[in-house]
Design a protein around this ligand. Structure first.
Ligand SMILES: Nc1nc2c(c(=O)[nH]1)N[C@H]1C(S)=C(S)[C@@H](COP(=O)(O)OP(=O)(O)OC[C@H]3O[C@@H](n4cnc5c(=O)[nH]c(N)nc54)[C@H](O)[C@@H]3O)O[C@H]1N2
Ligand SMILES: Nc1nc2c(c(=O)[nH]1)N[C@H]1C(S)=C(S)[C@@H](COP(=O)(O)OP(=O)(O)OC[C@H]3O[C@@H](n4cnc5c(=O)[nH]c(N)nc54)[C@H](O)[C@@H]3O)O[C@H]1N2
Ligand code: SF4
Ligand SMILES: [Mo]
Length: 747
């Protein structure tokens, strides 16, 4: 049966080859990126340098793009003045040129048409594509209101499209970085300290004496500044404690590796709280000054002894006690790292609450070596009319669930795009920019149904990623090396500004997001919101408001200013936290009022059946999600993911190193492609591990296609966090198939 939106393979159409407007292929690759961290480059006189900040991940390191006399990008290096990178980019940032030079890039706008009865794409001019989208968006607005359009976004282009969508009148702006990533952590910390730990995180790793990592796999998670600070802390003798079912890179640098049984972290955290309180080694002075609900907490954890936690976590009581004492000995220069990707088991707000509570008991927030108070420079908005007030909020899409979701929840927007119970869907159209929903949001069938139900689906991307094949209109954005974007205004230890400007002209028919959003805005009658010809006007105006200018930033790339406030609690002063009462909430009235546990409670999670293993996933230092799998520079460093499997388990199955096998999950879903076996003692026997972002099934990604397994397709069981809608994705179990299951790849 024909679906409404057939998946279209973009390159099968032979498009784009004719469209090279900006003088294609005149670049050369950047430096070889074999080193873990590339140093700042030399200043060859014949190379021109342009300031940028990296878009290969969301750490946004500032750097310099070097352009040679032929107008090719020679290399990218870190900006020495940038505290986010200190002049050193990670392998991905160094290899970022590969995003620009990728021959598979989207090159021209594409529109879905029917040709000889088949759905296909045709090349379109920008005018045609934008007029079509604006026409559809006007229709949707007239029929069901602007609120029925939604935006999915991640990365810099999101700012420009968020502005457009707010001007248009919708509150439904959703990013996978909330419900699939840091949302549970942010909500857990907000419920405890009144604010989140931000990005880049306010963890004072550089000066810490003890760093506790719960899953956070810094070193594989290559967030630059944190990796550098962790190395510095190790050099300075800091104690690292890593809790991970896998011997991560961080675990291998740790004094204590606690190979916890996956999904039981909350039991460990509660017993750590028990030890701190009942051995009386918590920071009594800090707690009495700054926290509320201590007596309730003490009573709550009375029975959560290490002996109670032992059979749950498989961690020995003496290890639990010893590690709690290490933390106490280092306090307040101790960090129980809040983590970042926190959507694990569906009780993730409560797990991060327990992490926040531990930090509070140790007195870490507001003390050197713990968590500091950030300071930043606020960039004023370029003048525009007020945004219209939407008739309803994104909370409506949650159907009474997730009361503490303070951002739109991707999975709720997806669900609300499907007509159900004879009712029309609330959401009728999507713009998707900078996010490959097919790889980043689980529950593929639901996503598919939603995409089939939409009246309009626009995708803005740089690459023919899977999501583009579902679009009515595909808009090619130029890469970060070819465009201006918003000023990066980081609030951290020091306030900094960073500029991204084009190093070269956009290749082919590609355009920057600010231009696309503005041109759509004009066609929607929202020109007043885009009252400039060129984005440089906006940037110069904004920079002048904060005592700089575009000219200055073009020269220096990064501007640091000194703080007005102290990053730590000053001796003799009393700090007020950002909660309603000004005090840290060990007992959360807010959660209680919303019908949730006021203090974290451990609940067991389902375990694998016999013959199945828990599928866990994470990062590799040289890749970012699904976005780098086609980057030739980075593929050279790691072409595919492998299945980490304990040798004892492998022996049971008769697996040899390097053998390819297929994975089948608890719901019978089989991986599209096989994966290579990696035998390693570095993982518990009850789990297997893969790096996220591989297993692309879209042939136009000529380098990424068919390499490795995509974890997302195997995540068919999602444990929703009732507090904020996070999609717990680690409750999926796989077994192994050694013969080709003969499944046809989808495309
Ligand atoms: N199964 C599973 N799911 C996960 C995760 C996981 O580990 N496993 N991780 C979760 C986490 S932590 C996060 S933050 C999310 C991340 O989710 P996403 O941000 O969706 O990650 P990517 O898959 O890298 O998709 C990025 C998309 O942006 C495009 N892109 C790159 N540069 C640009 C640009 O300059 N402009 C535009 N317009 N597009 C660009 C890429 O081509 C790609 O299509 O995924 C979450 N989902
Ligand atoms: N190179 C690289 N770096 C990145 C990214 C990238 O794509 N590439 N993405 C960035 C983004 S957006 C994010 S959100 C972060 C994510 O990175 P982090 O927040 O550091 O880590 P997580 O994804 O939470 O967890 C991954 C680790 O958790 C372990 N784990 C699995 N199950 C359990 C469990 O039940 N308990 C415990 N204690 N551990 C468990 C895994 O073995 C793995 O080591 O990485 C960031 N850094
Ligand atoms: S950490 Fe690496 S990929 Fe991320 S912004 Fe920095 S250099 Fe780019
Ligand atoms: Mo993330």
């Amino acid at each position: 049966m024909k679906t409404r939106r057939d998946f279209i393979k973009i390159s099968a159409l032979g498009l784009g080859a004719t469209a090279a407007a900006g003088g294609a292929a005149k670049w050369v690759f950047g430096d070889p990126v074999g080193d873990l961290m590339a140093g700042a480059g030399d200043e060859s006189p014949e190379l021109k340098t342009f300031p940028t900040y990296c878009e290969v991940c969301f750490w946004k390191c500032a750097g310099w793009a070097y352009v040679n006399e032929q107008g090719g990008i020679q290399k990218i290096t870190g900006n020495l003045d940038d505290p986010q990178c200190n002049g050193r980019l990670c392998p991905r940032g160094t290899g970022g040129v590969g995003m620009f030079s990728d021959p598979d890039r989207l090159k021209t706008p594409l529109m879905r048409v029917i040709k000889n009865g088949e759905q296909t794409y045709r090349e379109a001019t920008w005018d045609e594509a934008l007029n079509f989208i604006a026409g559809k968006m006007k229709e949707i607005k007239a029929k069901t209101g602007p609120e029925s359009m939604a935006l999915f976004f991640h990365g810099s282009s999101g700012n420009h499209f968020s502005h457009l969508m707010k001007a248009y009148g919708t509150p439904n702006l959703a990013a996978p970085s909330f419900a699939q990533c840091r949302g549970p952590r942010d909500v857990g910390f907000e419920a405890t300290f009144g604010e989140s730990v931000s990005s880049p995180e306010v963890t004072d790793i550089r000066d810490t004496k003890c760093l506790v990592l719960i899953g956070s796999h810094i070193g594989e998670n290559m967030h630059n500044g944190q990796v550098q600070e962790m190395s510095e802390a190790i050099d300075n003798g800091a104690v690292i404690i890593t809790v991970d079912p896998r011997l991560s890179t961080a675990a291998s640098k740790s004094k204590f590796w606690l190979p916890i049984k996956p999904s039981t972290d909350l039991a460990l955290l509660l017993s750590w709280i028990h030890v701190l309180i009942y051995e009386n080694i918590y920071n009594e002075d800090y707690v009495s000054k700054y926290a509320e609900g201590f007596e309730q907490l003490k009573e709550h954890v009375r029975n959560f002894t290490p002996e109670w936690a032992y059979p749950i976590t498989t961690l020995k009581p003496h290890e639990i006690r010893a590690t709690a004492r290490e933390m106490a000995a280092a306090a307040p220069a101790v960090i129980i790292h809040p983590g970042r990707h926190a959507a694990w088991y569906g009780d993730d707000v409560q797990r991060t609450r327990a992490i926040a509570i531990l930090n509070a008991l140790l007195g870490s927030w507001g003390n050197r070596g713990g968590l500091f108070f950030k300071e930043g420079i606020k960039i004023p908005e370029f003048p525009h009319p007020e945004y219209p007030q939407p008739a309803w909020s994104y909370h409506e899409l949650n159907n009474g669930r997730f009361p503490l979701a303070n951002e739109a929840v991707t999975n709720s927007v997806i669900e609300s795009s499907i007509p159900a119970d004879g009712k029309e869907a609330k959401i009728k159209g999507w713009i998707v920019t900078g996010t490959n929903l097919i790889a980043s949001v689980p529950l593929k069938e639901q996503l598919n149904k939603a995409m089939q139900s939409l009246e309009l689906l626009v995708v803005v991307d740089t690459m023919p990623m899977e999501i583009t094949g579902y679009a009515d209109v595909v808009l090619p954005e130029c890469t970060y090396l070819e465009r201006y974007d918003d000023i990066r205004a980081t609030a951290h230890r020091e306030p900094t500004l960073a500029l991204r400007m084009p190093a070269v002209e956009p290749q082919y028919q590609t355009k920057p997001a600010w231009w696309i959003a503005k041109e759509l805005g004009v066609r929607l009658g929202l020109g007043d919101y885009f009252n400039y010809k060129d984005y440089t006007e906006v940037l110069d105006w904004q920079l002048k408001q904060v005592g700089s200018s575009l000219d200055e930033m073009k020269r220096i790339g990064v501007k640091k200013t000194t703080r007005n406030t102290s990053p730590y609690i000053e001796p003799g002063t009393l700090h007020s936290f950002k909660t309603a009462s000004g005090k840290i909430q060990l007992y959360s009235h807010e959660l209680a009022a919303a019908g949730f546990d006021a203090m974290p409670v451990y609940t067991p999670h389902p375990e694998p059946q016999e013959g199945y293993y828990r599928l866990i996933y994470g990062r590799a230092p040289m890749h970012t999600f699904s976005r780098t799998a086609n980057n030739r520079n980075l593929v050279a460093l790691m072409p595919e993911n492998a299945l980490w499997i304990n040798p004892q388990v492998a022996a049971l199955w008769g697996f040899k190193k390097g053998q390819y096998i297929w994975l089948k999950n608890q719901d019978g879903v089989v991986s599209k492609f096989p994966i290579k076996v990696r035998l390693t003692e570095r993982i518990r026997w009850d789990s297997v591990y893969i790096v996220h972002g591989f297993g692309h099934h879209h042939k136009p990604l000529t380098f990424a296609y068919g390499r490795g397994v995509n974890d997302t397709e195997l995540i068919t069981n999602v444990m929703l966090d009732p507090v904020m809608g996070g999609t717990g994705m680690r409750g999926n179990f796989v077994t192994f198939l050694t013969k080709d299951p003969g499944k046809e790849a989808e495309a």
